[in-house]
Design a protein around this ligand. Structure first.
Ligand code: HAM
Length: 428
């Protein structure tokens, strides 16, 4: 026995094993097809970035920066680093660094793990995965609408039900400043109902105070001045432009004036897609416009808009609406007897793979019975058997393990080794 104590994985960081992993792969393939249909191109940025990228980009007074980042000092060169808690800041950093917006705007996506030290529960993990989409260098509501129309298509492709769109406009900095002053006044008037966190944030990030789940503060939050009422004509026109295009596309939405999002970089359009079918963590996708971020991170000013989908939540919903069918490990399972049989089967298997079939060769030398059990468990459509008889006749025995697509009765047949590829290609 090893002295090594068995170790478990980290809290809130999941392993994904087969067959669940094949569902992930299906989703990834579908998502790539979906993004290509709109001309979005893939960008890959590192998991680790300088901590100050996120503190600056996402904002000092946000949950993510205040308490959720996996940050450490790299002892090899004393740099403060953070494992990305989102993609947007890294993508913007990279676009600036590589002059990527120099000649034209860009449609970009990224997919992969992100890290936030939150209290784990269903739909909330410490390592989770996002599909992140960013339209860099576009200013109009047409692109905001494109992103939302695109998302509606993804939900359709996946057959998802009961997922609704909430919209808000956060206006521009001057409008937010006027609203902020009115809001702080309101909070000061109701200081007696504010909890400790709200009191701490009321001057640094008063909008977030309204995002509270504390029941005692609901009435105060409902009565607070609404940012939407402080919007000037241009911001209103942007919002109206977006709504008109969503109406054209037949996409319904509700204005949620309390929707503020948990990251500081947004202006004008913000949106979330939510469902009641995922328990407390019902937001499947969130995003919005961030026209100031590129400049804030040292680039030439350029507008941008984007969103991120939480893949775990999306998969949970997809599984409810379109449950995964049992997935097979292979199409063909090779059963054999004796050394010569095993070697013949390997040759046949390579030829079948050349023809594009998925083939598993039984490993080891167990009896036929246990090999058939394994063949059956593999989900293969057919077992190919090569034992002494088959070797001397030059024909493999073909045993169909499942009803065939062409509905011929399941049966056992003898097929010459040289014919096997053609025979199976026509029938699988
Ligand atoms: P976010 O709202 O922080 O936005 O995250 C986007 C999505 O990631 C959420 O709607 C949710 O589905 C998922 N998510 C967030 N936290 C967790 C968690 N702990 N466990 C599982 N899933 C989670 C952003 O990250 C922005 N960067 C989106 C964006 C892109 N805005 C503009 N461009």
């Amino acid at each position: 026995m090893s002295e090594f104590k068995k170790l478990a994985g980290l809290t809130g960081m999941k392993d994904t094993l087969p067959p669940e992993s094949s569902r992930w792969q299906q989703l990834e393939a579908l998502v790539q097809q979906w993004l290509a249909a709109y001309g979005y191109q893939n960008m890959r940025t590192p998991v680790l970035e300088h901590t100050r990228l996120f503190t600056r980009g996402i904002g000092e007074v946000t949950d993510i920066v205040e308490k959720e980042m996996y940050s450490f000092v790299d002892p090899l060169n004393n740099e403060r680093l953070t494992m990305r808690p989102e993609f947007t800041a890294g993508i913007v950093r990279s676009a600036i660094e590589h002059n990527f917006l120099y000649d034209r705007p860009r449609r970009i996506y990224a997919m992969g793990p992100v890290f936030r030290h939150e209290r784990p529960q269903r739909g909330r993990y410490r390592q989770f995965h996002q599909i992140d989409v960013e339209a860099l260098g576009f200013s109009g509501p047409d692109v905001d609408a494109e992103l939302i129309i695109m998302l509606a298509r993804l939900w359709r492709m996946l057959g998802l039900n009961d997922i609704r769109l909430e919209l808000n406009s956060l206006g521009q900095a001057t409008e937010r400043a006027a609203h902020r002053a009115a809001l702080i006044e309101h909070l000061e008037r109701h200081i007696d109902v504010l909890d400790e966190e709200a009191r701490r944030r009321m001057h640094s990030n008063p909008l977030r105070v309204l995002d509270t789940k504390n029941p005692v503060m609901q009435e105060m939050a409902n009565a607070a001045p609404r940012l939407f009422d402080f919007l000037g004509p241009e911001s209103r026109a942007h919002y109206a432009g977006l709504c008109a295009r969503l109406d054209d596309a037949g996409i319904s939405y509700t204005l949620n004036p309390r929707l503020v999002r948990g990251l500081d970089y947004y202006n004008l359009t913000v949106f979330e897609w939510v469902t009641d079918r995922l328990g407390a963590q019902g937001t499947v996708c969130g995003g919005g416009r961030y026209d100031g971020l590129i400049e804030l991170l040292g680039g030439k000013p350029a507008p941008a808009v984007g969103f991120a989908i939480g893949m775990e939540r999306l998969l949970d919903l997809w599984q409810q609406d379109a449950p995964q069918e049992a997935s097979a490990e292979c199409q063909v399972y090779m059963v054999h007897q004796g050394d010569a049989g095993q070697r013949q089967v390997v040759r046949l298997a390579e030829a079948l793979r050349d023809a594009g079939l998925q083939v598993l060769v039984h490993a080891g030398s167990t009896g036929f019975k246990s090999q058939f059990r394994r063949a059956d468990a593999s989900g293969a459509a057919v077992a190919i058997i090569v034992g002494e008889d088959e070797l001397s006749s030059g024909c493999a025995t073909v045993k169909w393990l499942r009803a065939r697509q062409d509905d011929t009765p399941t049966q056992q047949e003898s097929v010459a080794f040289a014919q096997l590829v053609d025979y199976l290609k026509q029938r699988i």
